[in-house]
Design a protein around this ligand. Structure first.
Ligand code: AGP
Length: 606
């Protein structure tokens, strides 16, 4: 997720663009750049302030586009930052989204003489547009023809040095909004960068394009048919907008789940053959199919995601898998050999303990892979190969969208390996089919937010909580307890439901509620009897189960349902219920759920 801003009007564009980028920095902040008519293109690594420092004084241009980047393809660097240009350098493009077929397009263009200067997917857009103008098409025609050949998601803004007072923008899957001012126009990835200039906005829809000049704006489809659209008035302030209208980044990031799950598998599912396509692992595929052992390392939520990954690798890929807390693993003497692969999971890609495990394993000649969210981060650069989970920037300290995205990517990797071993294409197709239904099913879970809030409010004065689950729900019990601890400061413990009678059940009484994760899976009956054990000691039980379950309402005090799916997908659905529960308990206890005390988003020290 990147941030785009554009301006055309009477005022110098530079200040407006820089200011807009600063507001959009929560969308991505690893590099940025701009192009203003009559000026040179300027780009820089790091936050927008670095770009600002590079701007020459007195830039006069009154039309410009700018971009702040959240790297997906190509590490954060000046040459990978936007705007990108074509071989002749007169078209400038800023892009938010992912072009799935960029490799094929790039290879074709190279055969036709195009010279590429970055590792990004976005650069192909500039080359395609330039090529068509060179072949005689108009600026508008070249943009729409380009949009017809690119696959994936995009929000783009394009400028042409030869038409300096014009910006063409378009969207499909990544937002672009138009701000209508007094003889001036603004375009941006969201209204947060516009509201201080105008409250009159116009939203374009997927598949639509927009041309703005100092005196006009036109919307048309990619078949060049004009669209009429009435502007709207917005009332929010900037801060509220950055959070997408939500009170906190944590809630916004929980509510982004459907989109995040789509982005994490975009261009990676081959439903026809039941395979997963993971370009980041192609260089080590042989290794992946011959290794005898996987050791997953991570910290906090990443470690719990690893516990679910263990089940995926053992049950789908048939590879014995251990999961280690990185801060423990780095100081232990572990017998490693070339048949062992280390898999590091990290949202930030900067967690010191996890990084040190990778360096230790590499020193011992082990191959290493990573599931990382931040492109170009230290862990991403340290491992031999890996998969970015494309969850976008996660601002809330408590990991939510990155965690469910990690689960989905771990499932894809297990499928990727499994299909090269004993998993049949029909099993693969079944898993892919359920993955494709996930965004809709998550929407049904999110639609229960109000109900979950009421239950959270009812129990928000509790001093302790026990979270229980078995098999795929066992790691989710730990993750749910961690979320509650992080944002409500309540003592909470995750526990194997079957392990409870070996100790923790001693704590249970009327004041000590439990959360039981009991979807309709292979261990349902076992978990059911564990709930009965709690009820027998007057313990209150909040149960998360499959929609339509008739038995659970007879023994649980509260029931939250998730849509029916297959066993290995339930962790993704039940986790979101627990994220919402923790969020609402934290909010009702009046706490800063985005910046909990004593915590940091990325732990770069031991
Ligand atoms: C999770 O909500 C916490 N923010 C924390 O436990 C986190 O998972 C841990 O610090 C690992 O971070 P990473 O994924 O960036 O490596």
């Amino acid at each position: 997720m990147c941030g785009i801003i554009g301006y055309v009007g009477k005022k110098p564009a530079s200040e407006i663009l820089i200011d807009g980028l600063k507001t959009l920095e929560y969308r991505g902040y690893d590099s940025s750049g701009l192009y203003i008519s009559g000026e040179k293109r300027i780009r820089s690594v790091g936050g927008v302030n670095n770009l600002y420092k590079k701007l020459p004084k007195g830039m006069k241009g009154t039309c410009g586009i700018a971009h702040t980047r959240w790297a997906t393809h190509g590490k954060p660097s000046e040459k990978n930052s936007h705007p990108h240009t074509g071989t002749s350098g007169y078209i400038f493009v800023v892009h938010n989204g992912i072009i799935e077929n960029y490799i094929d397009l790039k290879n074709n263009l190279k055969k036709q003489g195009s010279k590429f200067s970055s590792e990004t997917d976005s650069e192909v857009i500039a080359h395609l547009i330039e090529k068509q103008i060179d072949e005689g098409s108009t600026f508008e025609e070249s943009v729409v023809n380009t949009l017809k050949v690119i696959k994936g998601a995009y929000g783009i803004a394009v400028m042409n040095k030869r038409e300096p007072e014009k910006i063409i923008a378009a969207q499909k899957g990544s937002p672009i909004v138009l701000g209508i001012g007094d003889n001036e126009y603004f375009i941006a990835s969201d209204v947060s960068a516009i509201v201080k200039h105008t409250k009159t906005v116009l939203y374009i829809n997927d598949g639509e394009c927009l041309v703005i000049t100092p005196t006009s704006h036109n919307i048309f489809t990619i078949d060049l048919k004009t669209c009429k659209r009435k502007p709207e008035k917005i009332s929010w302030n900037t801060e509220r907008v950055k959070k997408g209208g939500y009170k906190h980044f944590m809630l916004k990031e929980i509510m982004e789940a459907p989109e995040v799950l789509k982005n994490s598998v975009r261009g990676r599912l081959l439903p026809e053959t039941g395979n997963a396509k993971l370009g980041g692992l192609e260089t080590i595929t042989d290794k992946l199919t011959t290794i005898k052992r996987i050791i997953i390392v991570g910290c906090g939520s990443a470690y719990y995601a690893g516990l679910v990954g263990k089940l995926y690798f053992e049950e789908i890929a048939g590879i014995p898998t251990e999961v280690e807390i990185a801060s423990e693993y780095r100081y232990r003497t572990i017998p490693l050999n070339k048949e062992t692969m280390i898999l590091a999971i990290s949202q930030s890609g900067e967690t010191a303990d996890t990084l040190s495990c990778i360096n230790e394993a590499k020193a011992k000649g082990c191959s290493t892979i990573g599931v990382v969210n931040v492109v170009g981060s230290s862990i991403a650069r340290a491992v031999d190969a890996g998969v970015y989970n494309h969850a976008g920037p996660e601002i809330g300290v408590a990991s939510t969208k990155a965690f469910i995205s990690q689960l989905e990517v771990l499932l894809l990797i297990a499928l990727y390996i499994g299909r090269k071993k004993n998993v049949s294409s029909s099993e693969g197709k079944n898993i892919i089919n359920e993955i494709n239904k996930l965004p809709k099913k998550i929407e049904l879970v999110l639609a229960q937010a109000k109900k979950i809030e009421l239950i959270a409010k009812k129990y928000s004065d509790s001093k302790d909580f026990l979270y229980i689950g078995r098999k795929y729900s066992y790691p989710i019990a730990f993750e749910g307890a961690l979320k509650l601890k992080e944002v409500s400061y309540i003592h909470a413990e995750g526990y194997g439901a079957g392990e409870m009678k070996h100790g923790p059940i001693a704590m249970i009484d009327k004041q000590f509620p439990s959360i039981a994760i009991i979807p309709n899976d292979t261990v349902y009956e076992k978990t059911f009897s564990n709930i009965e054990e709690i009820r027998a000691r007057d313990g209150k039980v909040i149960a998360i189960t499959t929609k339509g379950d008739k038995k659970i309402p007879t023994i649980a005090n509260e029931v939250i349902e998730v849509p029916k799916t297959i066993e290995l997908i339930y962790p993704i659905l039940t986790t979101v219920v627990l994220q919402l529960f923790a969020y609402y308990v934290g909010v009702h206890r009046g706490l800063n759920v985005d910046r909990p005390r004593n915590l940091a988003k990325s732990v770069t020290v031991e």
